[in-house]
Design a protein around this ligand. Structure first.
Ligand SMILES: [Zn+2]
Length: 233
């Protein structure tokens, strides 16, 4: 699937050469640039990120030259996606999807939720800067979800965790404690689904771009034990 989508989405000459040789394609096979980013389809962006995750899982990340990528993107950025993910130290999308400088915008907040500021950032990323995908990425073993399940009360965190109560309530399960890893991960998945719905409901800008086929809005879960990113919504 990913290769078919890559063929459709990644049109750059260097990328075509890589494909002809049967070599893997990094989202930024050096850096993305406007022409290649604009030629990608929304589905092609998702496929390229999942292909990067497959490389990561196999320990086959492509050789990185971050200094070169930093220099190549100094005059402008043309990211293909905006990823709304948790602050969790294990969930850096550039690493787990084998990305580089200029590939993706990042909005990170505990529990990968959205508010007006994050939605505004995503609107900038897509409507102004031309990104083709909004990816809400939760993860297993999420401390924010555990905190919501446990009704943790602590300063500003109290209000943040309250955002996940709806996901806790909507998730079935008998042992509804943070000690039950399956329940914690099920709530995290519910939260991703609800957050994707929230993006569409609270951002007519993004919903309109998706309706027009210019972007895709998807949910994903990252498994901190296996390294796999899987689409969930
Ligand atoms: Zn988390």
């Amino acid at each position: 699937m990913s290769e078919a989508c890559n063929r459709r989405g990644l049109m750059g000459g260097a990328v075509a050469a890589f494909l002809a040789l049967g070599l893997p394609v990094r989202l930024a096979a050096r850096t993305l640039g406007k022409e290649r980013r604009d030629a990608m389809t929304p589905a092609g962006v998702i496929a390229a990120m999942l292909a990067g995750n497959a490389r990561f899982m196999k320990g086959e990340r492509l050789p990185a030259d971050f200094v070169s990528d930093m220099r190549a993107t100094a005059d402008g950025q043309y990211p293909a996606a905006i990823v709304i993910s948790c602050i969790d130290s294990r969930a850096a999308v550039e690493i787990i999807c084998d990305l580089s400088f200029g590939d993706a915008f990042n909005a990170r907040v505990a529990g990968n939720t959205v508010n007006d500021d994050i939605l505004g950032s995503a609107e900038y990323g897509c409507a102004v800067a031309g990104a083709k995908a909004v990816i809400v990425m939760g993860h297993t073993g999420c401390g924010a979800i555990k905190g919501a399940i446990d009704d943790v009360v602590l300063g500003n965190l109290t209000l943040l965790l309250a955002r996940f109560k709806a996901a806790v309530q909507a998730t079935p399960g008998d042992d509804r404690t943070s000690k039950n890893h399956d329940f914690v991960d099920a709530v995290a998945r519910t939260n991703v689904v609800q957050t994707v719905a929230m993006v569409r409901a609270r951002s007519p800008v993004l919903a309109g771009l998706e309706r027009d086929g210019r972007i895709t809005i998807v949910g994903a879960m990252y498994d901190v034990a296996t390294g796999q990113v899987a689409l969930v919504a």
